[in-house]
Design a protein around this ligand. Structure first.
Ligand code: TXA
Ligand code: MG
Length: 310
C-alpha cells in the first residue's frame, strides 16, 4: 500500500508537469495526460503516432467532475448506475464552458468519457484537479497493452513513468456508446451489447451498419500484430500459430489457448497477450478457431476481423 501511495505521487508529479505516463485500467493500459492541457495532450498524439483527427477518451473520477465538461441525459444515468465505474465509454455533448483541450475532441462538440474501475487509477484521478485523456498505450494500429511490460514494449524509454497495476482484468477496450441522438454502439468491448439493450429496453444499433466512419478506431487496420490472421479455421497449416477456445485431444506447440472451455471472459482477457506472444515467437501467420458471435465473443471477433485486414 505504501508503495502504491508513493507511485501515485510520482504519477501525479509527471502529469502535473504535462508529461504522458502509462496508467492501468481494467480494460487495457492507457497513455495518460492532463485533458485540460494543449501541450500535454499534443504529446499523446506524437508518442502514439496517432492522426490528429482521431479524438481521445477522457477518464473521470466521479459524476460531479464530469458535469463540468459534459451534458448528461437519462439514458446516460441508467447505464452509469448499472456499469460505472467499469469498461464502458459514453459519447456525450461537450459543454461550451468546458476546459477540455481542443486536441482531445479535434474541435468537435462531442466528448468520449469513461470512469475506469481500476483502484490505482481511481486513487490517482481522485488526487488530480483535472481529468485524464488516455488512449490505449500502444503505437497507433498496433496491439493494445494489458500489462506494464507491454507498455514498455511499445514506448521503451520514451515515457518516463508507468503506474504498475498488474495484468488488466478485462483485457479488451471499453464498449463505446454514443448518447448524442438515438443510442448507438460505436465499438464492441468490455460490456456486452445485450446487457446495455436490457437496461435501455431496446436493441441498440451498431454504427457499423452506417457507412460513415465517425469513430476512427473503426478504421480498417487496427489491433494488428502485423501478420495475416485467418478466422473460422478448424485446423492450422503447419507453419501457422493456431488460436483456440476449446480443448483439443491433441495439440501442438503452435496451439495457443485463449480458454480451454469456451469461457469468453477468459478468452477476452487473454486475447492481446496471446497475439503479442505469437508475434514475439516470430510466427508469420495466425489461424483462429470459430468464436461464437455473442456476448464478449462479439468484441473478440470484431478485434480479430480488424487485425486480420491487410
Ligand atoms: O478501454 C478503453 O477505452 C481504453 C482505456 C485506456 O480507457 N482506451 C481506448 O482509447 O481504447 P483509444 O483512443 O485507443 O480508443 C478510443 C476510441 C477511438 O476509436 C476514437 O476514435 C473514439 O474512441 N472516440 C473518441 N472520442 C470520440 C467521439 N467524440 N465520438 C466518437 N468516437 C470517439
Ligand atoms: Mg486504441
Amino acid at each position: 500500500m505504501k508503495n502504491n501511495l508513493s507511485n501515485i505521487k510520482k504519477a501525479k508529479f509527471y502529469l502535473d508537469k504535462k508529461e504522458c505516463i502509462g496508467i492501468p485500467t481494467e480494460t487495457v493500459y492507457g497513455l495518460a495526460a492532463n485533458a485540460y492541457s494543449n501541450l500535454a495532450t499534443s504529446r499523446i498524439f506524437s508518442l502514439k503516432k496517432r492522426p490528429k483527427h482521431n479524438p481521445l477518451i477522457v477518464h473521470y473520477h466521479n459524476l460531479n467532475d464530469l458535469k463540468k465538461d459534459c451534458e448528461i441525459n437519462e439514458n446516460f444515468l441508467k447505464i452509469y448506475k448499472q456499469f460505472c465505474p467499469g469498461p464502458i465509454t459514453f459519447v456525450l455533448k461537450l459543454k461550451k464552458k468546458s476546459k477540455i483541450s481542443k486536441n482531445v475532441t479535434n474541435y468537435k462538440s462531442t466528448l468520449a468519457i469513461r470512469f475506469p474501475s481500476h483502484p490505482l487509477t481511481r486513487s490517482l484521478l481522485k488526487e488530480l484537479p483535472y481529468p485524464l485523456a488516455a488512449p490505449s498505450a500502444n503505437i497507433s494500429t498496433k496491439i493494445s497493452p494489458v500489462s506494464k511490460e507491454d507498455v514498455k514494449d511499445e514506448f521503451g524509454k520514451k515515457i518516463k513513468f508507468i503506474l504498475d497495476g498488474g495484468r488488466c482484468k478485462v483485457g479488451l477496450e471499453s464498449t463505446i456508446i454514443s448518447l448524442i441522438n438515438k443510442p448507438k454502439i460505436m465499438r464492441f468491448g468490455g460490456i456486452e451489447a445485450e446487457k446495455i439493450n436490457k437496461i435501455l429496453k431496446r436493441k441498440i444499433k451498431f454504427l457499423h451498419k452506417n457507412k460513415k466512419i465517425i469513430t476512427p478506431g473503426q478504421g480498417k487496420l487496427h489491433y494488428s500484430p502485423g501478420i495475416p490472421i485467418s478466422l473460422n479455421k478448424i485446423k492450422p497449416l503447419t507453419d501457422e500459430a493456431f488460436i483456440l477456445i476449446k480443448k483439443r485431444k491433441l495439440s501442438d506447440k503452435n496451439y495457443f489457448y485463449l480458454t480451454k472451455n469456451q469461457n469468453l471472459k477468459e478468452a477476452a482477457r487473454n486475447l492481446y497477450k496471446t497475439l503479442r506472444m505469437i508475434k514475439k515467437k516470430k510466427y508469420k501467420k495466425i489461424a483462429v478457431e470459430k468464436i461464437p458471435n455473442k456476448g464478449l465473443g462479439q468484441a473478440i471477433n470484431d478485434k480479430l476481423i480488424r487485425a486480420s485486414k491487410k
